[in-house]
Design a binder for this molecule. Structure first.
Ligand code: SF4
Ligand code: SF4
Length: 686
């Protein structure tokens, strides 16, 4: 009789689980298609390293917290590794328990032999103990320490309690006697089967969705927005997202794969400066939009949601009716993003949060026509003058006055097109960087020319602000010009132009070999084509270029050079070739993959920062704390933001903000002066 009851329970539970999986899968595949099947070997490699190896999980989990003890932050990154492996090992014991429900004489020893089975039981005992201890820590963390992003929700309480009961009942089965064993056994199997069916409706859906999400991750270039079809007759056909159905199935799977670890939000510059943006919540909003609008939504969904959120039926209905874009995910949230990519960098299951944010911005701009007024002005500047500064397009070559810089019309066979960018052409501070870059390229004998007045904005500000229509107009025009002039190689002054021209122009028929200027300069230095020496990097106020105990220089990573394009070494190699050397350079605490944004990306350069504190102040404080006399940049926007930060902190006499190209140009000049002085000094008459 017991066996029959158990068999019915087992079949019903697995039947219901299969129904739920099919139900969610059907929704996912009714969304937009996307091919993520190629390169099987690399996908399997990802699963081995990032799913079974938990590579990202054991790395940093969050920025050092002033509020939480260091041990807690450390545990936060490691304990999931133990839970994960504990879960895998314990699952073997759970399978044995379920089989024993049907065939009581079954045991692992029959399959593995007594020695191996005993060893495995010991492993399961140890892991059960560890998992139990970690569940205790998880309760402690949520209830006592209360990290802002990891609250004690009803869902979390249910899941943690269920896991704790599973472990305790396991120990009951192993070590109790008499009827207690039977009680423990039934407790164990009932919780196990209920847990299985609750999974997909809870934060623990990642137990099922994480593996496929890692397998189907983007293996191509990061940060390339899907192209909208702006020639379509109606907005729906352009591909702009309106609700969950317009995202790809992979974007929706992201929501189920989220482990709610909050790493993304912990590293987000907007969140860290008091903006309402939490990239984790953006991912959940999309998942909720799907769950609230499932066509076959029934009483079970309503019941579970009410249990999880404790809302009344009326509240739930209001929540359900909220539109995703501008409703569940508010406009303030969407405009706060700097598109820095810090969130996707740390996500252990490869969720692409910035893409979702940018796709929703496209909806705000193109469908709802809701654009912040300062950004609207920038769009007008771009439309009228071809640059966000709004300066007349006929002034685009003013930066080169007196330099005799050739255009491609003067020099059609030039090896490189130097892409100056709007900042380099129109902003007075950045024009100096462009001139320095030209000096360096000339000294290195680089054969280059510019487009001159035919260069237009690369389109980065428009695309990252959601204005795909304007972006495509600008980018298409540039692609046509460059193709007509048979451009093959491009060197850019700006990482945003680099990313757009290199990675996004191919969508419009523009295929060029594109490099950032620091990559070219590194090559010139390494090959000895330019010689740098002698400059002590003295700050404007007259410093000592790295006094004992004080670093001469630090480097701020631009997000679009580092995270989005993987180049961390080129600027550092060039800086280390300067007289101050590697020993004179100090890393910022948040560097490379975890570098902190300057606050200018994603169109934020042209938007007021009204909420919270300023992102550039946060970064500047970190720079000033190093004591470095020079902060080197490799992006015009970073230069402007950090210079403003330094001025706002009244630290202009302590630290200078210079582009790598300017430091090299200064050093080259100094070298020439030294060489000149040496050549003209008469031999001493001793
Ligand atoms: S891209 Fe940067 S600013 Fe935007 S959500 Fe991610 S971490 Fe935050
Ligand atoms: S999106 Fe990724 S990083 Fe953010 S909470 Fe989810 S799993 Fe963690």
């Amino acid at each position: 009789m017991t066996r029959i009851v158990f068999a019915v329970l087992l079949v019903a539970s697995f039947g219901m689980f299969a129904w739920t999986v099919r139900r969610f899968a059907r929704q996912l595949f009714s969304a937009r298609p996307e091919d993520r099947t190629g390169n099987v070997a690399a996908r399997i490699d990802s699963v081995v390293r990032f799913f079974f190896g938990q590579k990202k999980v054991v790395e940093k989990t969050s920025l050092p917290s002033k509020r939480l003890p260091r041990f807690v932050t450390w545990m936060g990154s490691k304990y999931h590794f133990i839970i994960f492996w504990g879960f895998l090992v314990i699952t073997i014991g759970s399978v044995e328990t379920l089989i024993q429900g049907l065939f009581p004489s079954f045991s692992l020893a029959l399959v593995l032999g007594h020695t191996l089975a005993d060893w495995l039981y010991t492993c399961i005992d140890v892991f059960c103990g560890l998992v139990l201890a970690i569940i205790g820590f998880a309760f402690f963390r949520r209830i006592v320490l209360q990290p802002r992003l990891i609250p004690m929700t009803r869902d979390a309480a249910a899941i943690l309690s269920a896991i704790a009961l599973l472990m305790l009942s396991y120990f009951g089965m192993r070590f109790a006697s008499g009827t207690l064993v039977s009680v423990a056994w039934w407790t164990h199997v009932v919780i196990l089967l209920a847990f299985l069916n609750y999974l997909l409706y809870s934060k623990h859906s990642h137990i099922i969705a994480a593996l496929p999400n890692i397998y189907f991750r983007n293996l191509g270039q990061r940060g390339v927005l899907p192209k909208l079809n702006m020639e379509a007759d109606d907005m729906a056909a352009t591909g702009v997202v309106q609700g969950w159905k317009d995202f790809t199935w992979k974007s929706l799977l992201d929501g189920f794969a989220c482990t709610e670890c909050a790493r993304c939000t912990n590293f987000c510059p907007a969140y860290n400066t008091g903006k309402p943006l939490s990239p984790m919540q953006v991912v959940h909003d999309l998942r909720d939009d799907l769950r609230f609008r499932m066509p076959d939504r029934g009483p079970l969904d309503v019941l579970l949601e009410r249990f999880q959120h404790g809302e009344s039926a009326a509240d739930q209905a209001a929540e359900k009716d909220k539109p995703l874009i501008g409703g569940r995910t508010t406009e303030e949230v969407l405009w706060a993003c700097t598109t820095c990519g810090a969130c996707q960098e740390v996500c252990p299951v490869f969720i692409d949060q910035p893409e979702k944010i940018l796709q929703m911005r496209q909806n705000l701009v193109l469908v709802q026509e809701k654009v912040p007024s300062d950004l609207a002005r920038t769009f007008t500047n771009l439309e009228r003058n071809g640059n966000p500064w709004g300066i007349g397009a006929d002034k685009r070559m003013d930066w080169a006055d007196g330099m005799k810089v050739p255009t491609l019309d003067d020099k059609p066979d030039a090896e490189y097109l130097l892409w100056v960018g709007c900042a380099g052409a129109f902003d007075d501070r950045i024009k100096k960087q462009t001139r320095a870059l030209v000096d360096v390229m000339r000294e290195g004998g680089v054969d280059f020319a510019v487009l001159g007045l035919e260069e237009g904005c690369s389109g980065d500000p428009a695309r990252r602000s959601g204005n795909e229509m304007l972006y495509q107009m600008q980018a298409q025009q540039n692609v046509e010009t460059m193709n007509t002039k048979k451009v093959k190689k491009v060197v850019t002054a700006c990482p945003h132009c680099l990313h757009t021209i290199k990675n996004e122009y191919p969508q419009l028929g523009g295929n060029f070999e594109v490099r950032h200027h620091t990559q070219l300069i590194r090559e010139l230095v390494a090959s000895g084509k330019i010689t740098i020496d002698g400059d002590k990097l003295a700050p404007a106020g007259g410093g000592n270029g790295g006094a004992p105990g004080k670093p001469a220089i630090t480097f701020h990573d631009p997000c679009y050079l580092g995270r989005w394009n993987g180049e961390y070494d080129a600027p550092r190699d060039v800086l280390d070739a300067l007289p101050s050397g590697a020993a004179g350079r100090v890393e910022l605490p948040r560097n490379k993959e975890h570098g902190f944004c300057c606050g200018a990306g994603g169109g934020r350069m042209w938007m007021e920062e009204k909420i919270g504190t300023r992102v550039n102040h946060n970064r500047t404080d970190e720079i000033l704390a190093t004591g470095a006399e020079t902060v080197a940049t490799a992006c015009p926007f970073c230069t402007i933001m950090i210079r403003d930060g330094v001025q706002d902190r009244n630290a202009g006499d302590r630290v200078q903000v210079l582009n790598v190209s300017e430091l090299v140009a200064k050093s080259m000049k100094r070298k020439r002066e030294i060489d000149g002085a040496t050549a003209t000094t008469p031999p001493s008459s001793s």
